[in-house]
Design a protein around this ligand. Sequence first.
Ligand code: AHR
Length: 511
Amino acid sequence: MDQNRATVSLNTQRTIAEISPLIFGGFAEHMGRCIYEGIYDPGSPLADENGIRQDVVAALRETNYRIMRYPGGNFVSGYRWTDGIGPKEQRPRRRALAWRSIETNQFGPHEFMEFAREIGTEPMWAVNLGTGTIQEAADLVEYLNLPTGTLYSDLRAKNGHPEPYGVKYWCLGNEMDGPWQIGQMDAATYAEKAVQAAKLMRWMDPTIQTIACGSSATAMPGYPDWDMTVLGHAYDHIDYFSMHHYAANPYPTISNTERLPVDTDSYLASSLHFEEHADTLGAAIRVAKAKKRSKKNVHLCWDEWNVWYRAKGGDGEWSEAPHILEEEYNLEDALVVATWLNTFLRKADIVKIACIAQIVNVIAPIMTRKDGMFKQTIFYPLTIFSNHASGYALDALVKAPLRATKRYGDVPQLDASASFDPATGKGGVFLVNRSQTQPLTLHLCWEDEAPQSVTRAWQMHGEDPFAGNSFEQPDNVVPYEFTPPHMEGRAVTLELPPLSFTALLTQHTRG
Ligand code: AHR
């Protein structure tokens, strides 16, 4: 194959699966400056009368998050939800042990539900299975979901919300295999606690869907045994199985302290790792289903994913809203995020929920200070996918030159995914040229129903993989919209520069 040419063939009938809109989700944890100073910042001129940052709300709406995980993360394993309800002046200040911070509880369940409503997202609540009991988990379901007439539902009404909130998605704890987790346990102990919690929570509200914790990383010594054990025991009681991964350059092989040289070629091929992770857990789910002789399907909930390796220190030094995990993102990170979103589309049959960790300030697409915010590089691919990938994921046939990487061997230079919505006739094609030096001439063709036109096109690229945005240079690395390529019969040809993300939208006759 010509070393600088690639082809992508699409067929609107050759689908992988329906794309779950919930793969475009976020995660808001009580840590660092995510909630306090990110979402809730009463001292800012940009906050409304409830203290909610309106510039942040606007940016979150732009990203169009369909689901939002809350309130943690590691934080949740020590969280008492009753601390966050009632008059604000009576809410306790506590040491949040997970991040060595002070939690003021000025933002709690009601504030979160109102915030979720404001940005138009579905809430996904995590219950505390670290220090928390299964009774407290069931009480929270009662508080948020039941009609008035019992202790906690009446308390909700007294606190200003007589109508049940109807929270559907519930995470059974967080990363319970991690030594850093408050109340870490072994797989069998966790699986049994998750089953008992799910049982009580469902007795309280049979309409809820539950999500069990998978291994907190593929690097964990217990991976994937933990996953097999939890699935084997809890399969009948859960609807989703959670997975977490943070990409890094370089990827730590032995320990986080070992210094390895930066390896951008391997880093840009991280989607091979993402796919293998999803494939392994997808297979574990199938084995568990077969062993149970179950008719029910469990899907993957990738409820923490992002790039995170620079701002690793999580010590809040017992302060409020400490500046921790404030990762600054660059072009190569945005490209890795784009390949991750491509992976979600390619795995649309098994990945049904995904939440980028996190949404503001803490390893996040947007950063705030009192008087403003800026969008990091990763904001852009996320927002383009979230707004334009819908309907069905297409099984794209990709032919591209192979490029050598140290970590993954020979890897196709082009990473691609595509979507098509038969109801509207709208399509999307998402392309990452992961080479640092080699452009690609792409021949993109439709085997069946070719679009009338490519309606819009964006490209994000640059020569410096380490260039990013900042308060001083907020638009240093952003996508630009360009004139869409013309259809030539059933195909288009376009140039994909090195280090680039390209998105094309198409309109087909139906719709
Ligand atoms: O997202 C930051 C932290 O990473 C979360 O609290 C935890 O679940 C994970 O280890």
